[in-house]
Design a protein around this ligand. Structure first.
Ligand code: ATP
Ligand code: MG
Length: 276
């Protein structure tokens, strides 16, 4: 485990309880999807996983050691664990996209030339190189979202936390982003992302955690969790179409009852083709 949340409890200053004894394990170089209805505590959890918020009870473990909250520990923690906030307006602050994306690498001690190279690589990866000199405040929402992601990816964190990365991106933008994230995980990075899109979680997460009222209802293999109707109902989710096709094929004896289930549209269509 690179990161663990153990019995986290947190209430906001107005008394709203956001985390009510939350347990979560994040495996190194794995992809974990956080699923759950509005207000279930996903964003609050992310803010705990990079030390922005401190739990009122319970603890965050980093490499199996209890996290510390002094300035030096927080700086080291945030260099290793990068967080992309849900709302890009909360993340972007520099006058231009290029300066914003290059800020993190500069702060992390890279030379100007290195920081420029890191920023250029990240902007290319997020397909926003043409926006480098544009003012951040004048971008479209999806462009802001890409710039915010690029700014954190540029720092090449060991673990990347993304709060609803696909929200506001066009379909191509989502496919391209997820392919990039899969590639970074193949290179050893750890990925945690929240989403309301069960199809996205099924196709791009090894594990999923279902949140409900500040707790984790279940954490496990994504396919397994997304087959469970009771869990899906509690998490306000619909079973992904690819899984429906696979389960129906099993039920009707068209494939073996233990045959692997498709996890994306392409595999589901291939299964349908094989059946006709
Ligand atoms: N700044 C705040 N002050 C008071 N309560 C808050 C604040 N931010 C969040 N909350 C409350 O904490 C709970 C958890 O909110 P959180 O933002 O973590 O949910 P979420 O799962 O990320 O929801 P969404 O899917 O809408 O992004 C909710 O009841 C919410 O109203
Ligand atoms: Mg949220």
């Amino acid at each position: 485990m690179i990161l663990e949340a153990c019995g986290l409890e947190y209430s906001y200053p107005d008394g709203t309880c956001a985390l009510a004894g939350l347990d979560l394990q994040v495996g190194r170089a794995k992809r974990l999807a956080i699923l759950g209805p509005n207000g279930s505590g996903k964003t609050t959890l992310f803010l705990h996983l990079n030390g922005t918020l401190k739990p009122m009870a319970g603890q965050v473990m980093l490499d199996a050691k209890a996290a510390a909250y002094d300035r030096a520990a927080l700086t080291a923690w945030r260099r290793r664990v990068g967080l992309v906030l849900q709302d890009p307006d909360d993340q972007l602050f520099a006058p231009t996209v290029g300066e914003d994306v290059g800020y993190g690498p500069l702060q992390a001690g890279q030379s100007r030339a290195e920081a420029l190279a890191s920023a250029n690589w990240a902007m290319e990866a997020l397909r926003i190189a043409d926006l480098a000199s544009r003012p951040t405040h004048a971008l479209s929402y999806g462009q802001k979202k890409r710039a915010a992601i690029a700014g954190v990816v540029a720092m090449r964190p060991e673990a990347l936390l993304l709060d609803e990365p696909s929200a506001g991106l066009d379909a191509h933008g989502v496919s391209h982003l997820m392919a990039l994230l899969d590639h970074l995980v193949e290179g050893g990075m750890t990925l945690v992302f929240s989403t309301h899109d069960a199809e996205l979680a099924l196709a791009h997460a090894d594990q999923a955690a279902l949140f409900h009222q500040g707790r984790v209802l279940a954490q496990g293999e994504t396919t397994h969790l997304l087959c469970d109707e009771d869990l899906l109902k509690k998490a306000h989710l619909k079973r992904p179409w690819a899984l429906e096709v696979g389960l129906r094929a099993r039920q009707n004896g068209l494939i073996a009852s233990d045959a692997p289930l498709p996890t994306n549209r392409k595999d589901a269509l291939a299964l349908l083709d094989r059946m006709t």
